[in-house]
Design a binder for this molecule. Structure first.
Ligand code: PLP
Length: 417
């Protein structure tokens, strides 16, 4: 169909498909959703306007749309707060959910604008230490509207220093603290963050964009009931379409939800909401638990093999889906490494490491993630091969072409979903 309507675009999509089939995708924030999720994105739902919330819409003809959105909401609550979740999950709190945010950054912005007044202080991990732009970076609207105070990883362990976070909170008295990151390879102690937030009467926002699939699969501690509000994107480890979900305490709903609509957005993307509902159903299965366990096993195997090959890893290893590699001892910068690996068929992103002495455009590190290749079915055996190829390519870039052929051979055995 697309081929007939627009051969140029059809050809480019085909090329992109072939590209993915033939590469090892180690971008930690990417994943390959199921055929069912992808199919829904081009369903009839793309045409529908449904401003408002289920049962309270501006237009008529909403019965099916309401049912879809309510099902997505119910599945989100069941997945993150249902029986399957260990611990004191809901602990008497009434949690409410909004599946309308178009993506993670607008969702975070809506939360900040809902809970705070412009000029208020927020506290977040520095971007260069693994934080995210939407956590108050000066080039983001979140940084223009609010005063951002950053905490930093401990220089020696390269992990969160909860005591330092606490004393900074006591000094700066932020109104809101953010826990949750884009490039942090270790577990987050949300209970400890709750205690810190309580000590200064701050809100706690858990941004689980990267790790929500791991939380759903039971391999990372849950932010419930500790956070006041939890935000996740739906397209990373959760393996859904591009989108976001906010879950917050009921008493905060009237502050936050109107910032999504009408504050920032118009009509919700109903095709995305239906695809999120399907992804949430998939994420509640035993197969998904196994998948998330394998993501972590794969990341840990990749980490160990890289260490054997003389790479230094930030914090010494990983507890989750990503590995942050310091390339200093290999005498290559992050940008060059990214380019050499791309020539070898291995796609990664250059990344700052904590206390980096190089620039963001050519930092000292690369970030490697296992969600996408684990979706393709790769396991420990393949991680060993991949770590070996990364080492060979960076030691001797001339080998890139040979490695690329081996990568393609491996990829043939692991088709995209
Ligand atoms: C921790 C974290 N929060 C928020 C976002 C923003 O998500 P989006 O790219 O959907 O705006 C990201 C994206 O990488 C992220 O890593």
């Amino acid at each position: 169909m697309i081929k007939k309507a627009d051969p140029k675009i059809a050809e480019l999509i085909k090329k992109e498909e072939e590209h993915h089939q033939n590469i090892i995708n180690l971008i930690a924030s990417e994943n390959y959703p199921s055929q069912a999720v992808r199919e829904i994105l081009s369903s009839i739902l793309v045409m529908k306007y449904s401003e408002g919330r289920p049962g309270h819409r501006y237009y008529g003809g909403m019965k099916n749309i309401d049912d879809i959105e309510e099902l997505a909401e119910k599945r989100a609550l069941d997945l993150f707060l249902g029986k399957n979740q260990a611990g004191p999950a809901s602990s008497g709190v009434n949690w409410v959910v909004n599946v309308q945010p178009l993506s993670g950054s607008p969702a975070n912005y809506a939360i900040l604008r809902g809970l705070l007044n412009p000029g208020d202080t927020i506290m977040s991990l520095a971007l260069a230490h693994g934080g995210h732009l939407s956590h108050g970076a000066h080039i983001s609207l979140s940084g223009k509207d609010f005063k951002t105070v950053n905490y930093f990883l401990d220089q020696k362990s390269e992990t969160l220093d909860y005591e330092a976070v606490e004393s900074l909170a006591k000094k700066e008295k932020p109104k809101l603290i953010i826990a949750g990151y884009s490039a942090y390879p270790r577990k987050i102690d949300f209970k400890r963050f709750r205690e810190i937030a309580d000590s200064v009467q701050a809100y706690l926002l858990a941004d689980i964009a990267h790790i929500s699939g791991l939380i759903a699969g039971g391999v990372h501690p849950s932010p419930f009931p500790f956070a006041d509000v939890v935000m996740t994107t739906t397209h990373k480890t959760l393996r859904g379409p591009r989108g976001a979900i906010i879950i917050c305490k009921e008493e905060l709903k009237d502050k936050i939800f109107p910032m999504i609509f009408p504050g920032l957005q118009g009509g919700p993307h109903n095709h995305t909401i239906a695809a999120i509902a399907v992804a949430l159903k998939e994420a509640s299965t035993a197969a998904f638990r196994k998948y998330s366990e394998q993501i972590v096993k794969n990341a840990q195997t990749l980490a160990e093999e890289l260490k054997k090959n003389g790479f230094r890893l930030v914090s010494g290893g990983t507890d989750n889906h990503l590995v942050l590699v310091d390339l200093t001892s290999k005498g290559v910068g992050g940008l060059e490494a990214q380019e050499i690996l791309e020539k070898s068929g291995i796609v990664v992103n250059k990344n700052m490491i904590p206390y980096d002495t190089r620039s963001p455009k050519d930092p000292s590190g690369i970030r490697l993630g296992t969600p996408a290749i684990t979706t393709r079915g790769m396991k420990e055996k393949e991680m060993k091969l991949i770590a070996g190829w990364i080492n060979e390519a960076l030691n001797d870039p001339i080998k890139a072409e040979t490695i690329r052929k081996n990568v393609q051979k491996l990829c043939k055995r692991f088709p995209l979903p």
